[in-house]
Design a protein around this ligand. Structure first.
Ligand code: XMP
Length: 327
C-alpha cells in the first residue's frame, strides 16, 4: 500500500468545480489502480463510505461489490435508503445482509458497555468476512479512510478504525479514494456526485449504532423505542430548521421504568432522554438549549407516539464531565 499523503499546499475543496476536478482525477487514478479487477466495500450508509461507493461506481461500475450489513442497530429508514440510493438509483452491485437476529441474539443479556461494543465490532467483521469469502476474484478492499483518521492514528490518539480487523485469509490491497480529504471536503465531493443531502450532511453516528443508546442489556422493545423516538426527533429538527445547525442530536432510552398515567390508567414505562449538542472537535461539547415550546412539542409527540415511553427528560450535561454517547 502506497502511503499517499495530503500535499501541504493542497487547496481546500469548497466549490462544486473543485469537487468535480477531484472526482475526475480520482476516477483516472482508480481505473489505473484497479484495472479490470474487483473491489469490495463495506457500505454503512455513512457519508465516507457512501462517497467512496459513488466514486467507485463512476470509475469501475460493476467491478465494485458493496456489502451493506444491517446489524439491527441502524436508525429508522437507513437500510432502506442505502438500497434505494445505491441499488435502485446508482445500479450498484449491492449485497444487503440483514443480520439483525444474529447481532441481537449475541447481545442478549449483555450489560457491560465495552463488551457490547466488542461484540458489535467483532460480529460486524465476522459477517463481512463471510460475505467476502462467498465472492470470487476480489483483489481490492475500498475504505472510507479520511485524512483526520491518518493524522489521529499517527498521533496515537486512536487506532485506524477501518477494516484492518479482517482475518488473515482475506488480505486485499486497499483502495482509499477520500484518504487525503477532510470531512467537509468529503461532503462537497458527495454533493457533486449527486448523493442526497440527508446522506451528505448526516450527523455523526457511532459504529455500534443505537446499541449504545439503549444502555444496558438491549431488548427489542426498548431498541424500538430508541429508534422511533430518534426518528421523531430527527423529523422535528428538520422541520424546525435545526438540521445541520445543531451538531448532533439523538435519544436514549435507559433501562428503568417510572410510574405515569394515560387515559386515567396507571402506566409503568421507560423515560426517553433527549441529547442535543454542539462541538467543533468533540473533545469539548456544549449543550444546545432548545426553545421550551419546541421541547414541549417533542415531549407531546414522543409520549403519545412511542410505545413504552411515559416521560421525556433533557440532558443538560456538557462534555466533560459527560461523554456524548451514554456507553
Ligand atoms: P463520545 O461519546 O466519545 O463521542 O463523547 C464523541 C463522538 O464520537 C461518536 N462516537 C463514535 N463514532 N464509532 C464512531 O464512529 C464509535 O464507536 C463511536 N462512539 C462515539 C459520538 O457519536 C460523538 O459524535
Amino acid at each position: 500500500m502506497i502511503d499517499i499523503r495530503r500535499p501541504d499546499n493542497m487547496v481546500r475543496i469548497e466549490t462544486e468545480a473543485q469537487a468535480k476536478a477531484y472526482i475526475d482525477e480520482q476516477i483516472t487514478l482508480l481505473r489505473q489502480q484497479i484495472g479490470d479487477k474487483k473491489v469490495l466495500l463495506a457500505l454503512s450508509g455513512g457519508v465516507d463510505s457512501s462517497v467512496v461507493a459513488a466514486l467507485l461506481i463512476k470509475a469501475v461500475g460493476d467491478q465494485l461489490v458493496s456489502v451493506h450489513v444491517n446489524h439491527g442497530l441502524l436508525r429508522k429508514g437507513e437500510p432502506e435508503q442505502v438500497i434505494e440510493v445505491f441499488r435502485n438509483q446508482m445500479h450498484a452491485n449491492l449485497i444487503y445482509v440483514d443480520a439483525t437476529d444474529r447481532f441481537l441474539n449475541k447481545l442478549a443479556g449483555v450489560t457491560d458497555p465495552e463488551t457490547k461494543r466488542m461484540i458489535i465490532g467483532g460480529e460486524f467483521i465476522e459477517v463481512f468476512a463471510e460475505e467476502a469469502r462467498k465472492l470470487d476474484g476480489i483483489e481490492f478492499l475500498a475504505q472510507g479512510t479520511i485524512w483526520p483518521d491518518i493524522l489521529e492514528s499517527e498521533a496515537g490518539i486512536k487506532a485506524h478504525h477501518n477494516a484492518g480487523g479482517l482475518p488473515e485469509d482475506l488480505s486485499f490491497e486497499l483502495v482509499e479514494p477520500v484518504r487525503i480529504l477532510f470531512k467537509d471536503e468529503v461532503r462537497v465531493v458527495g454533493k457533486a456526485l449527486g448523493l442526497p443531502d440527508n446522506m451528505v450532511y448526516r450527523q455523526p453516528f457511532p459504529g455500534p449504532g443505537l446499541g449504545v443508546r439503549c444502555p444496558g442489556a438491549i431488548t427489542r422493545d426498548r431498541l424500538e423505542a430508541v429508534r422511533e423516538s430518534d426518528a421523531i426527533l430527527r423529523e422535528e429538527f428538520a422541520k424546525n430548521g435545526l438540521e445541520g445547525k445543531v451538531w448532533q442530536y439523538f435519544t436514549v432510552v435507559p433501562d428503568f421504568k417510572s410510574t405515569g398515567i394515560t387515559d386515567g390508567k396507571r402506566t409503568f414505562q421507560w423515560p426517553c432522554i433527549i441529547r442535543a449538542i454542539n462541538t467543533t472537535d468533540v473533545v469539548e461539547v456544549t449543550v444546545e438549549h432548545l426553545d421550551p415550546a419546541f421541547i414541549d412539542h417533542l415531549v407531546q409527540r414522543i409520549t403519545t407516539e412511542v410505545p413504552g415511553i411515559n416521560r421525556v427528560l433533557f440532558d443538560y450535561t456538557p462534555k466533560p464531565p459527560a461523554t456524548v454517547e451514554y456507553e
